[in-house]
Design a protein around this ligand. Sequence first.
Ligand code: GLU
Length: 260
Amino acid sequence: MTSGKRIVLKFGSGILTKLHSVEPDPVQMRKLVEAVALLKQAGHSCVVVSSGAVASGLRPMQFKERPGDMTTLQACAAVGQTHLMHAYESLLRDHDLHVAQLLLTHEDLGNPDRAERVRSTLVRLLEFPQVVPVINENDSVAIEELRFGDNDKLSSQVALLWGADILLLLTSAPGLLKDSTRPQDGPIPVVDDVDEVIHHASGDKSSLGTGGMASKLRAVQEAVNGGVECIIASGRQAEQIPAVIAGQGTCTRFTVKRLQ
Ligand code: GLU
């Protein structure tokens, strides 16, 4: 018997890119992949939901900044997705792991037959301990996450579909700040009722990602209501991810909503 947990790790564009830049950051990606490898070594089952397709497409498409129109963003994601997967493939290989790519839309997950196909594919993939599923929105046919969520909602839907124990949302903030004007006060350690803090969420967004704290808290709300514990932590401190999963570290934990 293993004490392994089923963990969905969500990597937003803002933590896959260099600080204050739209360029993908290979060092940051290496650290995040290392954290996944450590979690797997510890007996956990991991699914990654990763943005970064648009970011990875910028340089090959010769854009200096994120394009403004949706069709160009979709084109950029189509180019960038292959670069993104190539990066995961080579970084995971260093740990004798292999990437499995799943490109999904909310419509896929809203359709019971397709959702069941996705769930059973995921479950089968996870029977192979050397495989790490990496999921992104299928940006050439769907624009929800390009427009609003930076994969926040997609990650909670995947966590619910799979029946994950934990959804770890890794972002540029260390958690839900006690006071967004005083980051030095740090994050709220535990939130038992996400409905009470949802007003905290500003629409703040990083220069590349489209999510922000409001979109994260909405994703958390859906997940905890469905029985998945959520954690928001800094993806810039990837070395603390195993500690965060073990119940330590700096982060905000959202406890599962118990039905009365
Ligand atoms: N699916 C998109 C990506 O991977 C979402 C993030 C974004 O809008 O930049 O790039």
